[in-house]
Design a protein around this ligand. Structure first.
Ligand code: ADP
Length: 284
């Protein structure tokens, strides 16, 4: 079992915490003004003559240190919402304040800066460059950061990989890694700029049960020990219970928003789960 976390390590040494938010949430809970505040957010796609109203007025506050599971049927607007939160898209109308700033009206350059410096993305399909080592994959976001030398880039990428338990696999390419290991590389890449917000879209969708919980254990650690705010889209009710709060979408609106009273602990659940060693990976 993997427990080689870098506890409380600030990978970059330049951690930008949200104003008004608590730095570390090891004690649980959240405080201060919202990290994210959206009001009446809409997004309508124009498909020829047809308008698709993907978001029909979403209002939500996300506090610094929140860990939210975002659920809902396919087509309910989850990805559209995550794209807006991740500054990958503009809303049709409504307000989006990120850390108090009205990012809905930011320029492309400003949005790119926010994405690169403040937000980490993790996807179901890992999205790693195939013929590139784990280390180089994780270095990638730092290529766009001003004033980071090659040496510092490598050191920060190595520290990020170390923090997700892959310190010995820096030179491995994605095809030499299991699915869970590839997802950890993707998480390290998301962490390398020390984001305040992690957006994860079905990060366990391609993983078996135990590996899924191992990935969730990383998220829980990042949330409780480093205070990183996490939004996790998942279709799996079991996985949703590892967050602190459940938000469900239906027809482009929030239909459920409640705390998860008995938040599951991935660490405890892993302790009682059988370990299955996959033969082809045992030699890696
Ligand atoms: P979910 O992530 O919950 O499955 P989406 O946000 O992907 O939902 O989609 C919400 C609605 O918006 C769906 O009807 C979908 O077909 C539509 N949609 C999503 N992205 C686009 C797009 N780029 N162009 C047109 N319609 C889209």
């Amino acid at each position: 079992m993997w427990h080689a976390y870098a506890r409380g390590v600030d990978i970059t040494g330049a951690n930008a915490r949200p104003e008004g938010g608590r730095d570390c949430h090891a004690c649980g809970g959240t405080s201060g003004s919202p990290l994210i505040s959206v009001r009446n957010l809409t997004r309508t796609y124009q498909m020829g003559d047809v308008q698709v109203r993907a978001l029909r007025g979403v209002s939500l506050d996300v506090m610094s240190g929140d860990f939210i599971s975002l659920t809902g049927p396919s087509g309910s607007g989850k990805s559209t919402f995550m794209n807006l939160l991740g500054c990958l898209d503009h809303p049709t109308s409504g307000v989006y304040l990120l850390n108090g700033r009205d990012v809905a009206h930011f320029s492309r350059e400003q949005l790119a800066r926010v994405r690169n410096q403040e937000i980490g993305f993790v996807f179901q399909g890992f999205h790693l460059l195939p013929r590139t080592s784990a280390l180089e994959n994780v270095e990638l976001p730092l290529l766009y950061a001003a004033g980071v030398s090659g040496r510092e880039r490598r050191a920060r990428a190595a520290a990020a990989l170390e923090s997700v338990g892959l310190g010995t696999l820096l030179r491995h390419h994605p095809n030499q890694l299991s699915g869970g290991q590839q997802q950890r590389v993707a998480i390290a890449r998301a962490l390398v700029n020390n984001p305040i917000l992690l957006l994860a879209d079905e990060p366990t969708g391609n993983l078996d049960s135990r590996t899924s919980i191992e990935v969730i254990e990383i998220f829980q650690h990042l949330n409780t020990e480093r205070g990183i705010t996490i939004l996790l889209v998942t279709h799996e009710p079991d996985i949703a219970e590892y967050a602190r709060r459940l938000v469900s979408f239906r027809d482009g609106r929030v239909c459920v928003d409640r705390p998860i009273v008995n938040q599951r602990s991935a660490h405890s659940d892993l302790a009682v789960m059988p370990v299955e060693v996959e033969p082809e990976l045992a030699a890696v």
